[in-house]
Design a protein around this ligand. Structure first.
Ligand code: PLP
Length: 430
């Protein structure tokens, strides 16, 4: 797969070099030069999950990884289900939280780790990543105890859920958890500045596991295919509208890429919390990144979404074309809490991010359309945030899955860091 930079077509990369950390010299992000369009979408949709994933990935990266390796990566990294759950209101949840850290980030992180395992490093390799909550856990888990790789995860101190923090700060070994005095955008900015320092990148073999790493986005393309396949398996042949709870917009970008490949999707719904730069842009034409506002759906607390540049590029910056495929809306925390209760009454326990997606989907779905929303994390990861409103409506607390309950007795080990580049470089050099 040939990649080009979003800011200069002089910037070029192979997929594997970009997965291993190469970023465009002139800034921006790497994107595929073009997406292949699959003429056999119906046949692909009829295949079982693992086989379909392998076939799609072979066509994308088969020129760089041996076919046996592509299949091994799929078997190793994508070995958990993504079931489609019907709700009593006629919508469907595509549940992406059945991986080891109970959020959809497991797809991208595990895929990236499995791919990098097959790309020999020339020196040290350090995965440096900023997290608004779930990425850090997924990346730490995917790379934990892998030889020759160090993982450094930055997160905004006090702004991620306690269980999310335990998921990344209780591992130890080759994983360093860094609590930054700042917001997620501050963490992301620190990481970006590290990557802009070519000497630092070379010294540590820095690679990003954020969604600016195209490998992650590529893995996410696969479950959009699964959504349509699972609808068809249930006898629903309508072309769905798919709602995506969005923060950095990597997930939505993957959905748009799947559609580019020929996946039948009528439209996407970009659903955000109060950090609504993109819905505002789609409504007004003004793109105005802003400081992050903390909300209940913290993994979507992003004021300057890093993947928007890829989406813009896909549409050649044409807002009208975007609006023909992209609907959007946002939900306040109060509306999110109402939605959690409303969904519980439909016998569905959602996490706050998923509730945002369901709410905006309801608002944007036309009569007769089939709606799917991505359920991006397990409700129990956000127990404290959601049990209050649910308790007031008479619902019992969300039971804790074993994978999370196990963490409660473990010790947290974190480095506390000022929002300061030199301090971060010192941690890397340590
Ligand atoms: C990361 C995350 C999101 C936002 O995904 P983006 O790709 O950053 O838009 C939504 N929900 C959950 C649970 C997440 O962890």
């Amino acid at each position: 797969m040939k990649l080009v930079g979003t800011r200069s077509i002089e910037d070029r990369s192979s997929f594997l070099a970009a997965a291993a950390g190469s970023t465009p010299e002139h800034g921006g992000l790497f994107v595929p030069e073009r997406w292949p369009r699959f003429e056999d979408a119906d046949a692909l949709l009829a295949l079982p999950w693992v086989e379909r994933c392998a076939r799609i990935l072979e066509r994308l990266i088969g020129d760089e990884l041996a076919l046996a390796d592509v299949r091994a990566v799929v078997g190793e990294a994508l070995d958990f289900p993504a079931p489609l759950a019907p709700l009593a209101d006629g919508t469907f949840a595509l549940e992406l939280f059945h991986g080891p850290t109970l959020a959809f980030k497991d797809f991208g992180a595990r895929f990236l780790a499995a791919v990098l395992e097959r790309v020999p490093a020339r020196g040290p390799r350090t995965i440096l990543t900023a997290t608004s909550g779930d990425t850090g856990a997924a990346v730490a888990s995917a790379f934990w105890k892998r030889r020759g790789v160090r993982v450094v995860v930055l997160y905004p101190a006090g702004r991620i859920a306690p269980l999310q923090e335990r998921q990344l700060a209780c591992l130890g070994e080759n994983v360093t958890a860094v609590a930054v005095a700042g917001t997620f955008d501050d963490c992301q900015a620190l990481v970006k500045r590290c990557f802009a320092d070519r000497a630092l990148v070379a010294r540590h073999g820095l690679a990003s596991a954020n969604s600016i790493n195209l490998a992650r986005v590529l893995a996410q393309v696969l479950y959009y295919w699964e959504a349509v396949a699972a609808l068809r398996a249930r006898g629903v042949s309508a072309t769905p509208v798919v709602a995506v709870p969005s923060g950095n917009f990597g997930n939505l970008c993957a959905g748009l890429y799947a559609r580019e490949q020929g996946l039948p999707v009528r439209a996407f719904v970009a659903a955000t919390n109060a950090n609504d730069v993109v819905p505002r842009f789609l409504d007004t034409g003004r793109y105005e990144p802003r400081a992050t506002v903390p909300t209940l759906s913290n993994a979507m607390d992003v004021g300057a979404p890093s993947n928007w540049e890829r989406i813009e590029r896909l549409f050649g910056g044409d807002r009208e074309r975007m609006r023909s495929v992209l609907r959007s809306g946002s939900a306040t925390d109060e509306q999110t809490e109402d939605e959690l209760v409303r969904m519980a009454r439909l016998d569905y326990r959602a996490c706050p991010h998923t509730a945002v997606a369901h709410r905006v989907l309801r608002e944007r779905l036309a009569p007769g359309e089939t709606g799917v929303f991505l359920a991006t994390a397990h409700a129990a990861k956000f127990g404290d945030a959601i049990d209050g409103p649910l308790a007031r409506a008479g619902f019992a607390p969300t039971p804790l899955p074993v994978a999370l309950a196990r963490l409660l007795g473990r010790r947290i080990e974190r480095v506390e860091l000022a929002n300061d580049l030199d301090a971060l470089v010192a941690v890397l050099d340590r």
